[in-house]
Design a binder for this molecule. Structure first.
Ligand code: GLN
Length: 493
């Protein structure tokens, strides 16, 4: 059984089509793996074995009938942020207590239309606010990776920590995730998995619980570059229900894997060398540069001068939009309700009990920066900075750069309940230093594992591309993967 769960999506797809295995066998193998591991890893907040078996049986019927879809019979985990009909959708918040939507998100519907099987809902930071998966109402996710010779519990990153941990521990073949400031790429880097945040507008946001609507974007976390390419192809679509989704054909991303990098220009931004960055990250970056050079790419130094303003501007724009989006959770329509002496008292008690500390902090910051008198000083100014960040990238691409290579994170996975971080939320925010620029500019970014640090923990590199040029990212990330190899944690759970 256990070896079924070690198949990549591409391998499982081949075996399913060749009728060497059935979708039901594959699904059962994952359900057993989840049952055995979830108590320790806490990656799933809801497992849906009955539904999974029903879906798997239907997949087997379609395979037998010769009508299999692109993802037929592939068992996936779904981040708790995506609305799934009749199934737990709480953004891992207490305020959405008991919420089971009557509608399906477009991204998950696309996956089911292609034949994928849902195993359940994955843990995440509450409302996707966090970098360690510790703000979840359901408790932290434990990273399947441990430092060599240590049994200290490490975080899987966030906010898509459940997605990354489940993929790394083989508790699903692949997972959906979302990225507002780094929530796909940072957890992918912390777990030795591949995560791509596509261009804003590539995937529909409809039915995905909103955090910061101008930054949120769905994407996959997968075991390797090929699987990420397969998943994004199914997830992406234009959608009449999301007017920010873009009507461009979805390319066959898999087709570009293995293509040469000859003639490509890779930009190396000077501003991504930050103070206090471990030497190992610098070495990894140099290694990545060498691999791409060997593959025929030309390496050029570039400057993205507004990079240093990205994080502060993000922490104005994102909370501003969040404070507005989260106004709807008032105890009236869905989720938690704490009764009060009148309706205002009910609102206040519900929101006080329903939101966690980090979410409350964001709502307060957001409300403040949008308030009369501060709107121009903070919100408008942050939007102007955003335009400048976007322009930095445009100038680099206009000068002939095809993609930009940076580290994915400033460190490897850190410990659960790290005292240093708990004391100062800004230290936690610094995790996003290499990833938020991409969201601010609406561009695609991929994190691909590139090596292990001295402690034996995975480290990732990031590639940033032009809008709607995910193909170049897949092609280039594949070269890194071929050179670096793939990384799987030793099983202890
Ligand atoms: N860590 C960032 C934050 O807390 C990004 C989260 C995300 O991308 N959803 O806002």
């Amino acid at each position: 059984m256990s070896e079924l769960t070690s198949l990549t999506i591409a391998e499982a797809r081949r075996k399913l089509r060749a009728k060497e295995i059935t979708a039901l066998e594959l699904t059962d193998a994952y359900i057993s793996a989840i049952d055995a591991a979830n108590e320790r890893l806490n990656a799933y907040v809801k497992v849906t074995p009955d539904l999974a078996r029903v879906m798997a049986r239907k997949s087997d019927e379609r395979i037998a009938a010769g009508t299999a879809g692109e993802l037929e019979g592939i068992p996936l985990g779904i981040k708790d942020l995506f609305a799934t009909v009749g199934v737990h959708t709480q953004a891992c918040s207490h305020i959405l207590d008991g919420f089971e939507p009557r509608y399906e998100s477009t991204v998950t519907q696309n996956l089911w239309d292609d034949g994928a099987v849902m195993l359940g809902k994955l843990n995440m930071d509450e409302f996707a606010m966090g970098s360690s998966n510790e703000t979840s109402y359901y408790g932290p996710v434990i990273n399947p990776w441990r430092a060599e010779g240590s049994n200290q519990q490490l975080v899987p990153g966030g906010s898509s920590g459940g997605s990354a941990a489940a993929v790394a521990a083989h508790l699903c073949a692949g997972a959906t995730a979302t990225d507002t400031g780094g929530s796909i790429r940072q957890p992918a880097a912390f777990t030795g998995t591949v995560g791509i945040k596509p261009t804003y507008g590539r995937c529909s946001r409809w039915g995905t619980v909103a955090f910061a609507s101008s930054l949120d974007q769905a994407g996959p976390i997968a075991r390797d570059v090929r699987d990420a390419a397969i998943l994004l192809k199914s997830m992406a679509s234009v959608d009449a229900k999301d007017t920010t989704s873009v009507d461009l054909p979805v390319p066959d991303y898999e087709a570009v894997l293995g293509q040469s990098l000859k003639g490509m220009k890779i930009g190396i931004p000077n501003e991504y060398r930050v103070d206090g960055m471990p030497e190992e990250i610098e070495t990894l970056w140099r290694q990545g540069i060498a691999w791409l050079k060997d593959a025929g790419a030309e390496i050029v130094d570039i400057s993205l001068p507004h990079t240093k303003y990205a994080l502060p501007a993000y922490y104005i724009v994102a909370p501003a939009e969040a404070s507005s989006n989260l106004a709807r959770y008032d105890g009236v329509r869905y989720g938690l309700r704490v009764d009060g002496k009148d309706i205002v008292d009910m609102y206040e008690k519900t929101r006080a009990a329903g939101f966690g500390q980090e979410v409350k902090r964001r709502i307060m910051i957001g409300t403040y920066v949008l308030s009369a008198g501060y709107y121009d000083a903070y919100y408008i100014r942050a939007q102007k900075v955003r335009t400048l960040i976007k322009r930095d990238f445009e100038l680099a691409f206009d000068a002939g750069v095809d993609a930009i290579l940076t580290p994915a994170t400033p460190s490897s996975a850190f410990g659960v309940a790290d005292e240093n971080l708990a004391a100062d939320p800004v230290k936690m925010y610094l995790n996003d230093i290499f990833t938020v620029t991409v969201n601010m500019a609406g561009l695609p970014g991929i994190a691909v594992p590139a090596g292990l640090d001295q402690k034996g923990l995975p480290l990732g590199l990031q590639l940033i591309g032009k809008a709607f040029d995910e193909e170049t990212l897949f092609k280039t990330a594949y070269v890194i993967e071929q050179a670096a190899g793939k990384f799987t944690p030793a099983k202890w759970w």
